[in-house]
Design a binder for this molecule. Structure first.
Ligand code: ATP
Length: 357
C-alpha cells in the first residue's frame, strides 16, 4: 500500500503559489527524496505532510487516511531537521527515551527500545554521555534515534546533514540508508544536494518553482531526464537543439557541430526540431586526426578522478566535456579532437515547468 499520497496539492502564501498542483505517491518502505533548488517548495511540501502547514487545496493522505485536518501529533510521522534541538541537560539515553516516557511506557520496555535504536544508529555505549560532549554527527544520530524510537510509519527529514562537514555528510548518508533499510521505515528526505539525493534514494522528485518536474529512480532521472531543468540540475549536461535531417527504420538522424546523432524516432519526423541532452562524459577526447571535431579548452577543472573541461568549437559553441583523469590534463588554450558515438544523446521530451510560468 502507498504510505503517502499527495493529490493536486497547492499551497498559497499571500499571493505566492509556492507549491502548485503536486501529485506524489510514496510507497511503504521507500527512501524518497524531494530535490530542488532553494525556494522551490520542498520544505513546504514536507511540512504539509508533517501537519505543520495545511494545503490551500488538494489532499494529503497517509496510509489511506485523509490527513488535511489531522494535527501534527496525531499523524504517524516524525520529523528530523538540520539543527535538531536536543535537550542539553539530558544524556543520550534520556534524549532518546523522552517520547517514550511521555507515553508512560514501562521502564523495561523503554530500556529495550532505546537500546535497540541506539544499536541501529551505532551509538551503543554512549547512553550516559551528555549530548554536549558529542560530535555534530553523533548529535544528529541521537536526533534520528529520537525520531525513530516511536516507530513512526514515516520519517520526514529536512536537510538533516546540511550543517555537517562533507566527509561526515558522506558517512551519514550511508548510515541513514542503512538505518532506513534496517527499520523498514518510509523516509521522505528533503535536499538541494543532487549527489545526496541520487546516492540515497529509491526514487526522487525534482521540484522547480513549486511544481514537480519529474519523478523516478536515480538512474531514470540521470539517464532519461524528462525536462531540460532535470537534465541540468541532476549532473551537468550539454543541451542541444537541432533539426531532424531524416528518419529511417525507427531512428531520427541529425547532426551537431557536423557530427551525427540519432535518437529513437517514435513520433518524430524530418524537419522537426528536438531538444537533446548530451552528457559531458559521453564526449570523448580522441587522437589527433581521428574522426571528430577540433575544440579549444577555455576552462579546465580538475576534480580528482575526472577532469571537467569547457571547450569551444569552431562555430563558437561551448561544450562541457568530462574525461577520466588517466591522462595528462589539457590546459587552457590547448586544443583537442573530440567526438561522440551517434547514440550518445537522449531526447528531452517535455518542456520545463519553469518555461510555461
Ligand atoms: P530551501 O532549500 O531554501 O529551504 P525550499 O525548496 O525548501 O527551499 P520552501 O521553504 O518550501 O522552499 O519555500 C518555498 C517558498 O515559499 C519560498 O519562496 C519561501 O520564501 C516561501 N515561504 C515559505 N514559508 C512561507 C511562509 N510561512 N510565508 C510566506 N512565504 C513562505
Amino acid at each position: 500500500m502507498a504510505d503517502i499520497v499527495l493529490s493536486a496539492v497547492d499551497k498559497i502564501f499571500g499571493s505566492d503559489r509556492v507549491v502548485s498542483n503536486v501529485d506524489l505517491t510514496v510507497e511503504n518502505g521507500e527512501f524518497f527524496s524531494l530535490l530542488g533548488p532553494s525556494g522551490c517548495g520542498k520544505t513546504t511540501t514536507l511540512r504539509m505532510i508533517a501537519g505543520l502547514e495545511t494545503p490551500t487545496s488538494g489532499d494529503v493522505t497517509i496510509r489511506g487516511q485523509r490527513m488535511n485536518d489531522v494535527p501534527i501529533n496525531k499523524r504517524p510521522t516524525n520529523l528530523v531537521f538540520q539543527k535538531m534541538a536536543l535537550f542539553p541537560h539530558l544524556d543520550v539515553f534520556e534524549n532518546v527515551a523522552f517520547g517514550l516516557r511521555l507515553k508512560r511506557l514501562p521502564g523495561a520496555e523503554i530500556k529495550r527500545k532505546v537500546g535497540d535504536i541506539l544499536d541501529v544508529v551505532s551509538l551503543t555505549g554512549f547512553e550516559k554521555r551528555a549530548v554536549s560532549q558529542l560530535s555534530g554527527g553523533q548529535q544528529q544520530r541521537v536526533a534520528i534515534a529520537r525520531a525513530l524510537v516511536n516507530e513512526p510509519a514515516v520519517l520526514l527529514l529536512d536537510e538533516p546533514l546540511g550543517a555537517l562537514d562533507l566527509k561526515l555528510q558522506l558517512h551519514l548518508q550511508r548510515e541513514l540508508r542503512r538505518i532506513q533499510k534496517a527499520t523498514g521505515t518510509t523516509f521522505i528526505y528533503v535536499t538541494h544536494n543532487q549527489a545526496e539525493a541520487l546516492s540515497m534514494s529509491d526514487r526522487l522528485a525534482v521540484m522547480n518553482g513549486g511544481k514537480i518536474e519529474q519523478i523516478g529512480t536515480p538512474a531514470e532521472m540521470y539517464l532519461r531526464p524528462a525536462t531540460s531543468f532535470v537534465a541540468s540540475f541532476i549532473g551537468r549536461t550539454n543541451l542541444i537543439e537541432a533539426r531532424i535531417d531524416n528518419v529511417t527504420s525507427g531512428a531520427a538522424h541529425l547532426s551537431h557541430e557536423g557530427l551525427p546523432l540519432s535518437v529513437p524516432a517514435e513520433e518524430l519526423g524530418a524537419g522537426e526540431t528536438v531538444m537533446l541532452s548530451l552528457r559531458p562524459e559521453r564526449i570523448e577526447i580522441r587522437a589527433p586526426g581521428a574522426e571528430g571535431i577540433d575544440a579549444t579548452v577555455t576552462e579546465a577543472e580538475f576534480m580528482g578522478s575526472t577532469v571537467l573541461y569547457r571547450m569551444k568549437t569552431a562555430s563558437d559553441r561551448t561544450l562541457i566535456v568530462q574525461t577520466l583523469a588517466d591522462r595528462a590534463p589539457l590546459r587552457d588554450g590547448e586544443s583537442a579532437r573530440i567526438g561522440w558515438a551517434p547514440d550518445a544523446a537522449v531526447q528531452i521530451r517535455q518542456t520545463s515547468v519553469a518555461e510555461d510560468i
